[in-house]
Design a protein around this ligand. Structure first.
Ligand SMILES: [Zn+2]
Length: 259
């Protein structure tokens, strides 16, 4: 996300020409009264300059699902992964692509999978944000014992180890084996998991280039913009803080609303 993953990949490629993509999928209703949802798999080429990168003509549509229910992400991703691995393993020959106007083989790697907080655990095969051990980045259990009671939430004040690529991978394998034995519930909100993992993420297929922890960026829109701003507005307008400098009284609110 800050270039670290890209630099790591560049070292691994050791002079091989390559480019990288960011994957995205999310459910959209094609029209208001629609009974079902569309799930596309989009690719965005990271090496394009920012002003070109997200232009519709430069996004690549590689998969499409339509149904009343969200797809099983493992099944949905398998055809895409099978084809994409050819680009990762064998590369693609680009004509007159180097500085000497000669043909050059480029290898293509998925670097990031940018998803919202609902789609992410489905692709990652991890507990949803409100489940136990649900944080994909650290081992916070998402509950705490307070006065003998279990209170759910990401309380601050205690550091938990960060997850590395290898710890979720072994958790995923253990969860997969439990699943094969029928000992794991298959929902993202049940308390059943192996340290948050529910099975093998389809993106493990790219583990030589894709970091299974940091390859999934934080859902900035829902976690930061939609989560923090309503909280701030509640605090700014809550009467229990009326003696604080940041408190916005109803009179003050009315004045703001004029604008
Ligand atoms: Zn965390």
């Amino acid at each position: 996300m800050d270039g670290t993953l890209y630099k790591k990949l560049s070292l691994k490629c050791d002079g091989k020409r390559f480019f990288t993509v960011t994957l995205n999928t999310d459910g959209v209703r094609p029209y208001e009264s629609s009974q079902g949802s569309l799930y596309p798999i989009w690719l965005c080429v990271n090496e394009l300059v920012p002003e070109q990168r997200l232009r519709p003509e430069n996004l690549i549509l590689t998969g499409l699902w339509y149904g009343k229910m969200a797809p099983n992400m493992c099944s949905f991703f398998i055809p895409f992964i099978e084809e994409f691995r050819e680009l990762t393993n064998d590369g693609v020959l680009c004509s007159k692509a180097n500085e000497n106007n000669k043909d050059e083989r480029y290898f293509v790697y998925p670097l990031l999978c940018s998803l919202d907080s609902v789609a992410k655990p489905k692709v990652q095969r991890h507990k949803q944000f409100n489940g136990n051990s649900a944080c994909g980045y650290c081992e916070h259990p998402n509950f705490e014992e307070i006065n003998g009671e279990t209170v759910r939430g990401y309380h601050t004040g205690k550091d938990y180890p960060l997850r590395t690529h290898h710890s979720p991978k072994s958790n995923m394998i253990a969860a997969h084996n439990l699943d094969l034995e029928g000992k794991l519930k298959k929902t993202t909100t049940s308390d059943d998991s192996v340290n948050g993992s529910l099975g093998l993420s389809p993106l493990l297929a790219f583990e030589e280039s894709f970091d299974i922890v940091w390859g999934f960026p934080i859902d900035y829109m829902h976690n930061a913009l939609e989560g923090v701003m309503p909280l701030l507005i509640r605090i700014w307008t809550d009467g229990q803080y009326s003696d604080k400098d940041f408190y916005l009284s109803p009179t003050c609110n009315r004045s703001i609303n004029v604008f």
